[in-house]
Structure formats: structure tokens, C-alpha cells
Design a binder for this molecule. Structure first.
Ligand code: UD1
Length: 415
């Protein structure tokens, strides 16, 4: 098991590049299953999650070449599909192959994705949408089997704007007969990126980024090339790194409008944020103001930045309130932050954070991806040495986090 050793106190300074977005790359890699033509996808982050998705594809007979953040994928020899159970358990986003496989092959068998450390994550909305399009789905003994001769366009209202359900339905609908309309669709920038990739393959989709997405079925695709958008969650993590160390960092390639919900809150906390030609500059200040944060689907504040902003607020000058509205169990980082001296109380979905003037280094555990990032950030600001264990969770979603932070002057090493 590897771990990060972080010695706190160094200000982050300089500039850093943002990698391609994990949460855009995963559905786009899954979408390449739809086509029998070659897809070239660049700016794919090198992460254990993207490698897992590529492994899922390979075991389905797909030819994959992944070099220097560039993936060439050809699914012409796609085999009748049973998705590998172990890979399914390893990464919930493996369920994103359901829509494309059902649409292309008319038959999929996969294990039902299990629980997750950030809360229950059912896929009922994915299945409800696919059933409405005519899929017959049986769920038994932890497995699900989906069949459809030809999916049919229809209107689907999502009870909650689920990112994964929106993506799975979009991917299923591109080869369906007729028009599919998704109402109360997720509006995340990653959904727009998926639309752009699918359209570059020859799909007909409009409306991604709004609550209504209209997909007109087509019969086939052309070869496509696509560059994945920059990772807004990684960018936000680095921005908070600048804030918590009172540093001055230019985050290159970060897209300002994708980050507006985070920028608004960081400005309220007293940071100076400047939109520059190359990216976003964050200038940390001596005093961190307490703020209230409520996570919501985009364009609300992202749940994937909730742990990191909590690390910052642990050092604010007063009491902050963080409400987690998206996942039901996403406060695992609280206990670990407490070990470092943070004063945080949790009641249900609400965390009350009484700012303290200093955190101290401790041995802590990355319980999940973003919780792990929050602990690294806390370690950057803490007095003494913080050991972050179980960093394989962090490496699921951050490409060389320790290298990027070290380039900015952080005292961090992996061992
Ligand atoms: C995606 C992101 C994840 C992010 C999340 C919310 C990827 C690969 N992952 O996850 O990083 O934290 O969006 O922004 O893009 N739900 C249901 N039934 C369903 C589907 C979802 O009840 O069928 C619930 C979930 O339990 C959760 C909420 O809806 O409480 C949000 O989930 P969803 O938007 O689907 O997140 P994911 O696509 O899993």
C-alpha cells in the first residue's frame, strides 16, 4: 500500500496544467463501443479508473491502444457481452457500458453494481429509462440481464438529474428508432462533452447542458476524433490548494465557466480569483471567511469538491455550514480531518465546521477519492507531517497529484 508523506507549511506558487476530465473520459470511452469505426480520443487522463474502463472494453473484444493520454479504439470485433464482474465491482462507472452495449448488441449481462463508500448508488433511473425505450431487464442474484431487439425513441423524465442515467440513456438512444427526449437531464459539462463526442461520430443530439436533451436515432457512425475537456474537479482541488497554503497559482487550461459554482464560493471565502488567458489564477489571503455550502447537481456546487472545501473551511475565521444534498454518506473525511485538529460536527446531511487557527499533521486514511484529496490539502496547511494512507483511492481520479503539487513547491512524496 502506498502513501503520501506531506510536510505542511509550504506556499503553493507557480503554474500547473489540468489533466483531461475523468468523468468526461469514462462515458466517452464507453460510448466508443457504439461504433464499428475507429475512435481517437485525446487528453484522456492516465488513472486507474480510465485503465479499468479500457480493461472492460478489451475483455469485450475491443482493440485499444493507449499512449501519451491518447486512446485509439476499434470495436469492430465486439463480442456478445457479459461485463466482467470484478471490474464492475472495482468501478461503478463500468455500468456506463450498459446503454451502448444494449443498443449495439441487443443483449447485455452484468453484475449489479454494489454499495459504495460515499453512499448508496442505485442505477434504478438508468434501468427505468432503458425499460421505457423497450428494453426487457431482469434483475436476479445480483445480476442483471437486458435485452432489446431495437430500442425505440420515447420521452423519459428523470426523477433526479442523475449524471450516469443521463449518459446511459443518451448512449442507448443514438442508435434507437426515432427520437428520445430526456427531461430533467443532468446539465454537467461532462454531458456536453459526451454529446460533442457522439455528434462527431455522426449522432444527432441537441440540448446537452440544458435540462432537455433530444436525441434522434441514426443508423451508423463515422470515424471520430475528440479531445476530452479539462477536469474541473482537479482544477477546483488545485485552486483550494492555493487557497489553503495562501499561495498564488495559475491553473492552466481550467475552464472558468465550468468552475463558476466553486469560484463564487471561494470568492466569498475571501480569495482573489482572476480569469487569465491561459487559465485561472488563485491568490490566497491571510484570512479565510466562513461560508455556507450546499452541494447540488450542476450548476450547483459539486459534491466532488465538498470534502476539499471542508478542509479549507476547517481553517476559516468562524463557523461554516456544509450541506451534502447529492450523496447520503459523503462525510467519511470528517473523522480524518478531526484527527488533524479540525472542529467539525455532523448531523445527518449537515456538517458544522468551527474554524480553527491551525491543523496538525497526523496519520490519516483516504477513505475515497475526494476525501483523500481533502486530506492531502489539509496536510499542505498543517503543522508537521501528515501521512495519507490508502492513496490508491486518490490515484483513481488524480493524474500525478503529488507531482503537480511538488512542482508548485509542496513538500510531498509518495512511498
Ligand atoms: C457522477 C460522477 C461522480 C459525481 C456524481 C454527482 C462519473 C463517472 N461520476 O456519478 O464523480 O460525484 O456524478 O455529481 O461521472 N441515483 C439514484 N438512482 C440512479 C442514479 C443515481 O438514486 O439510478 C442517485 C445517487 O444515489 C446519488 C445521486 O442520484 O445520490 C447522484 O448520482 P449520479 O448523478 O447518478 O452520479 P453518478 O453518475 O454515479
Amino acid at each position: 500500500m502506498q502513501r503520501y508523506i506531506v510536510t505542511g507549511g509550504a506556499r503553493l506558487e507557480g503554474s500547473v496544467d489540468v489533466s483531461g476530465a475523468k468523468n468526461a473520459a469514462l462515458p466517452i470511452l464507453a460510448a466508443s463501443l457504439l461504433s464499428d469505426k475507429t475512435c481517437v480520443i485525446s487528453n484522456v487522463p492516465i488513472l486507474s479508473d480510465t485503465r479499468t474502463m479500457l480493461e472492460v472494453l478489451k475483455r469485450l473484444g475491443v482493440e485499444v491502444n493507449f499512449e501519451n493520454n491518447r486512446c485509439t479504439i476499434n470495436s469492430v470485433n465486439l463480442k456478445p457481452a457479459k461485463v466482467d464482474e470484478e471490474l464492475m465491482r472495482k468501478m461503478r462507472a463500468s455500468s456506463l457500458v450498459l446503454g451502448p452495449l444494449l443498443s449495439r448488441l441487443g443483449h447485455v449481462r452484468m453484475s449489479y453494481p454494489g454499495g459504495c463508500s460515499i453512499g448508496s448508488r442505485p442505477i434504478d433511473l438508468h434501468l427505468k429509462g432503458l425499460r421505457k425505450m423497450g428494453a426487457r431487464i431482469e434483475e436476479r442474484h445480483g445480476y442483471l440481464e437486458a435485452k432489446a431487439n431495437k430500442l425505440k425513441g420515447t420521452e423519459i423524465y428523470l426523477d433526479f438529474p442523475s449524471v450516469g442515467a443521463t449518459e446511459n440513456i443518451m448512449m442507448a438512444a443514438v442508435l434507437a428508432e426515432g427520437t428520445t427526449i430526456i427531461r430533467n437531464a443532468a446539465r454537467e459539462p461532462e454531458i456536453i462533452d459526451l454529446q460533442n463526442f457522439l455528434n462527431s461520430m455522426g449522432a444527432k443530439i441537441e440540448g446537452a447542458g440544458s435540462g432537455v436533451i433530444v436525441i434522434t436515432g441514426v443508423n451508423g457512425f463515422v470515424s471520430a476524433e475528440h479531445r476530452v475537456i479539462p477536469d474541473r474537479i482537479e482544477a477546483a482541488t488545485l485552486m483550494i490548494g492555493a487557497a489553503i497554503t495562501k499561495g498564488n497559482v495559475l491553473i492552466k487550461d481550467a475552464v472558468y465557466n465550468h468552475l463558476e459554482p466553486v469560484i463564487a464560493k471561494l470568492q466569498e471565502a475571501g480569495l482573489e480569483i482572476i480569469q487569465e488567458k491561459e487559465g485561472i489564477r488563485v491568490i490566497g489571503k491571510e484570512k479565510i471567511y466562513p461560508i455556507d455550502v450546499k452541494t447540488l447537481p450542476y450548476p450547483g456546487f459539486p459534491t466532488d469538491v465538498q470534502p476539499q472545501i471542508m478542509a479549507l473551511l476547517a481553517l476559516a475565521d468562524g463557523t461554516s455550514i456544509v450541506t451534502e444534498n447529492v450523496f447520503d454518506g459523503r462525510f467519511k473525511h470528517v473523522n480524518e480531518l478531526r484527527r488533524m485538529g479540525a472542529n467539525i460536527q455532523v448531523e445527518g446531511r449537515v456538517a458544522i465546521i468551527k474554524g480553527t487557527s491551525r491543523l496538525t499533521g497526523a496519520i490519516v486514511e483516504a477513505t475515497d477519492l475526494r476525501a483523500g484529496a481533502a486530506l492531502v490539502l489539509a496536510g499542505l496547511a498543517a503543522e508537521g507531517v501528515t501521512v495519507v494512507e490508502e492513496i490508491e483511492h486518490i490515484e483513481r481520479g488524480y493524474e500525478g497529484l503529488e507531482v503537480k503539487l511538488a512542482t508548485l513547491g509542496a513538500q510531498i512524496k509518495k512511498e
